[in-house]
Each structure stands twice: as C-alpha cells, then as structure tokens.
Design a protein around this ligand. Structure first.
Ligand SMILES: Nc1ncnc2c1ncn2[C@@H]1O[C@H](COP(=O)(O)OP(=O)(O)O)[C@@H](O)[C@H]1O
Ligand SMILES: O=P(O)(O)OC[C@H]1O[C@](O)(COP(=O)(O)O)[C@@H](O)[C@@H]1O
Length: 301
C-alpha cells in the first residue's frame, strides 16, 4: 500500500483573470475550489490511475471538513488527524497573464497531533511506500521528515520525498527510494544557478551522494532528468500542449512515476509515466484523468 503524508493540506482557490492589476479591484472571470496539498494530489492521481493509496496528514475546522468531503466524494481514501484548533489553509492560485500563487502557512500542529501521526505510521508494513510531500506546518521542526523516516528505519518501508530545503536534506540520510526536486528547489539546495544540463546532472549526483537512491529533477516545460539507483541517467523532454494550470504537475509526476514503477519495475518506464502524468496535469484545469495520462503516454517513446 502507498501512504502519502500531507502535513499541511490546503483548499486551492484557483481564480482566473484576464489581467492581474496590483493595487486595483480585480474581477474574476472564473473560479474553482480544489482539494490541494502535495501528498493529497499524489493520492488523487494514483487513485485515478487505479493505484490505491491512503492520504494521511492533518486537517482542521470547516475548511478541513470541506477537504475531507471533497476527497470522499471522489472515492479517495484518507485517514487524517483532526486538529483541535486552527483551519486547514486556503491557497490562492491566480491564473492571469502569468501564474501567481499565495500559499498560506497553515494551522499549528501540536505535539499531540504529531504523535498521533507517528502512531499511524508505525502501522506501516514491509513493502509499503511512504510519500512525504510539501511544506511543514507551524509547530513542526524542519527536520520532521527525517524524524518520520528515522522512526521507520529498518522496517522495509520505501520513502519518496518531494520537499525543499532542510525538509529534504534531513531526510536524505535515510536513503529514500526517490526524491523529486524541481529546478528551483535544486538550485536553492546547491546555492547556485543551474543554467545548463551538466549543472543539473551535477545537482542530481550531489543529492545521490547525500543519500537519495534515485533523483528525479523536474524541469517544467523542459521535461525532466532521472538519475536512477544504478547511476543511469535518463533525460526526457515534455510533450507539447496548451498549459492550462501547472499547479499539481509535480505531484502528478510523482504519482505517475509510482504507478509506472508498480506496473513495470523499470526506471525508464516509471520516468515515462511520470512525465506523461506531470504534463497531463499541466494541460488540464485540475489534476489529470487516467485518459489524459494515457493519451500522453501514447505519444512518448
Ligand atoms: N509547461 C509545461 N509543459 C509541458 N509539461 C509540463 C509543463 N509544466 C510542467 N510539466 C510537466 O510536469 C512535470 C513537473 O513539473 P514541474 O513544474 O517541474 O514540477 P513542480 O510542480 O514540482 O514545480 C514536468 O517535468 C513536466 O513533465
Ligand atoms: O506545501 P506547499 O509547499 O505550501 O505546497 C502546497 C501547494 O502545492 C500543491 O500541492 C501543488 O504542488 P506542485 O505544483 O508543486 O505539484 C498545491 O495543491 C498546494 O496548494
């Protein structure tokens, strides 16, 4: 079974405008509220691809209830810890000439809630996969993903980490099966601009030396680079299409990779599935359907 952890879920409020004028009244041409948060997006896309997983994490208040209802309505399995104080955040995604985002910091997760998550994770079994994605909420230390993996060390649980900065760095010593930084996250970690392919490859090797068993660097419209466990490099461009909403593309890529890995056990094929799902997300208004992903898979070599 695959479990995803979203410590800081969200309702994504996606607003379309012809043009965003800062400091003036803007009127939306369309809007939509979507369940959000990286692990939740991974679980949603896995579900659509026919791979069952359970979304874990923390929810709070009326926004937390709305999130749970929206996921239950899609038949998505969740096992959230309900916070006694605070509201699940609302993240604002503005689609105007360019995409702009405001991600809120989210509610405080207290020690009791964190211990409840640890207790849930201690129920994971050998062969289970744990996906740790997204930012840490207030009240939780920046090495929290490392701590969760320390708790599970030696239990045969495979980890996937999609996070930035110290959250990712502190998890590396537990030898996660896969990490998925995007270009900006890799640049921040390395403290330099990675302007060409050679620099990106160097970044992937750097993460591998620090402990990641395989590294998938996502490069938005430029596709992605996979450094696999055996040191094999795989480079794939992104298919062409009309970008409608690239929020969740990285999460869809992680889900596609895991679905492809479960089906084939082959890095190159898993990468192909990851690119198809990531790009299908970018070309859809929300997260992609199985049909969207299959259409792009058919185009990829
Ligand atoms: N503009 C785009 N055109 C085609 N594919 C895209 C585009 N943006 C994202 N994708 C696909 O989604 C994947 C993940 O996107 P990326 O933006 O790098 O991740 P993140 O959302 O984590 O920042 C890319 O590797 C690519 O396959
Ligand atoms: O936890 P963070 O880093 O604030 O990110 C949360 C946001 O990330 C998303 O999961 C989208 O992530 P990606 O675009 O990186 O795939 C949104 O649904 C959510 O609003």
């Amino acid at each position: 079974m695959i479990y995803t952890v979203t410590c800081n879920p969200a309702l994504d409020y996606v607003v379309a405008l012809d043009c965003l004028r800062v400091g003036a009244l803007n009127r939306a041409s369309a809007s939509e509220v979507q369940p959000g948060g990286k692990g939740i997006n991974v679980t949603t896309v896995l579900h659509r691809l026919g791979v069952e997983s359970t979304a874990l994490g923390f929810v709070g208040g009326f926004t937390g209830r709305a999130l749970e209802e929206a996921l239950a309505g899609q038949g998505i399995r969740t096992d959230f810890i309900v916070l006694t104080h605070g509201l699940t955040r609302i993240n604002i995604k503005i689609k105007a000439e360019k995409e702009s985002e405001i991600n809120d910091s989210g509610p405080v997760v207290d020690e009791g809630a964190w211990s409840a998550l640890e207790a849930r994770l201690l129920g994971l079994k050998r062969g289970d996969v744990l996906v740790l994605s997204g930012s840490a909420p207030s009240g939780v230390p920046s090495d929290c993903y490392g701590r969760l993996l320390a708790l599970l060390a030696g239990r045969g649980v495979e980890a996937v980490v999609d996070a930035s900065g110290p959250l990712l760095l502190e998890a590396l010593r537990y030898r996660p099966f896969l990490v998925k930084p995007n270009r900006q996250e890799l640049e921040e970690l390395m403290g330099e601009t990675l302007s060409d392919e050679a620099a990106l490859v160097r970044g992937a090797y750097w993460l591998r030396e620090k402990g990641a068993r395989s590294v998938l660097v996502s490069l938005a419209g430029e596709g992605s680079l996979l450094l696999d466990e055996a040191g094999g490099l795989h480079r794939r461009g992104a298919p062409r299409g009309t970008v409608r909403n690239s929020v969740g593309a990285g999460d869809a890529m992680v889900a596609g990779f895991l679905a492809g890995w479960q089906r084939t056990g082959d890095y190159d094929q898993a990468h192909r599935w990851g690119v198809a799902a990531g790009s299908a997300a970018a070309f859809s208004t929300g997260l992609p359907s199985a049909r969207d992903v299959a259409a792009l898979l058919a185009e990829l070599p």
